[in-house]
Design a protein around this ligand. Structure first.
Ligand code: MN
Length: 349
């Protein structure tokens, strides 16, 4: 790794190079094969890839254990060829008919069992790939109609499901990725605070941490750097999904720093000052291809996000701490604001 990148390892998921379909229109680009995405990842300077279970094994619900093993092994070979590390596997618990009304919190016990069985398959896939941990985005654990579920019971059902997974694999580490809404109106594990508290409720809190995504914090009306700081203080920030978001809209997954460079600066600042990455923590870039982007340059959002991280990291490390300290001492925060803006714009102070 170059000095420029410091200790950081960067990753993204195969879904981050997409065909541009949205709820209002069809795909506008051709699919790109996984092997080509992996090659592109290496060429752009990434160190790893992230997976949903079905990014590695298509439709695992319909596959036998040996089919799962064969398909995941093929993916592992491609990763090895490119020198890439699989960061995590996340069970896709929001697509099957059984998860229409939620996965672990479904009102139908048979559907809850499906969700647990599917998650165990994801653990198996994780082990075959050699991924470092599981990420749980609890997409449909919540409600559209308040009276359809008990908020109290939902929390306990999620805890019980996590406990069952911790029992299933004694080395399993689970990172909860909170998001306050979308697809459901209101999610039950909606913020960093909820995710970390959920970890403490499980039978082995040392194996449950969290992943903070920029856009998800913003959708909760919170500052992502504060959420990261909160999780760091709990020693629970085990991964991040950096991207950007233009306020309280749908989950945009814009390129990192694309809307708010100062927000990007403060996220990298809180990470770098806390020594994030020194224990191998990943910097995931969960950014989405713009629908208007042409096929042949449909990965620029990834290389741009990586470049922005490196640029902002340089800004974080070149900040004159003595000026910052002095202005804090003088309680001249208007001047501190001026100094930060000048620094970000490259204007001499
Ligand atoms: Mn997102």
């Amino acid at each position: 790794m170059s000095d420029k990148q410091g200790v950081y390892r960067f990753s993204f998921g195969p879904w981050n190079i997409d065909e541009g379909a949205d709820p209002f229109g069809p795909p506008v680009r051709q699919p790109i094969a996984f092997a080509d995405k992996a090659r592109k990842a290496r060429e752009m300077g990434f160190h790893g890839l992230q997976f949903h279970d079905d990014d590695a094994v298509e439709d695992p619900d319909r596959k036998s254990a040996s089919q799962i093993e064969n398909e995941a092994t093929e993916v592992r070979k491609i990763l090895d060829q490119e020198g890439l590390v699989p960061e995590f596997v996340a069970p896709r618990l929001w697509f099957a008919p059984e998860t229409i009304d939620g996965a672990y919190t479904n009102n139908d016990p048979a559907c809850r069992q499906y969700a647990i069985d599917r998650s165990k398959k994801a653990v198996d896939i994780m082990r075959i790939l050699g991924a470092e941990y599981m990420v749980l985005w609890l997409a449909r654990e919540g409600t559209y109609i308040r009276e359809s579920k008990s908020p109290n019971e939902q929390i306990l059902l999620i805890r019980d499901a996590i406990n069952e997974l911790l029992d299933y694999d004694k080395d399993l580490r689970i990172l909860i990725e909170p998001k306050p809404n979308e697809p459901v109106d209101s999610a039950i594990v909606s913020t960093a605070g909820h995710a970390i508290a959920m970890g403490y409720m499980t039978k082995d809190p040392a194996r449950v941490g969290c992943l903070i995504e920029t856009a998800h914090s913003m959708l909760a009306g919170l500052d992502p750097s504060d959420d990261m700081g909160f999780a760091l203080a709990h020693e629970k920030l085990w991964s991040v999904h950096l991207n950007d978001q233009g306020g309280l809209k749908f989950d945009q997954d814009k390129s990192f720093g694309s809307y708010n460079l100062r927000h990007a600066f403060n996220q990298v600042r809180v990470l770098d000052e806390a020594g994030y990455g020194h224990n191998g923590e990943w910097v995931g870039l969960d950014v989405k291809t713009m629908r208007t982007q042409k096929q042949e340059v449909s990965w620029k959002h990834l290389s741009n996000s990586l470049k922005t991280f490196q640029f902002v990291l340089e800004k974080v490390r070149s900040l004159d701490k003595s000026i910052q300290r002095q202005l804090i001492q003088e309680r001249d925060y208007e001047e501190l604001d001026r100094y930060i803006l000048n620094h970000l714009m490259g204007v001499p102070y």
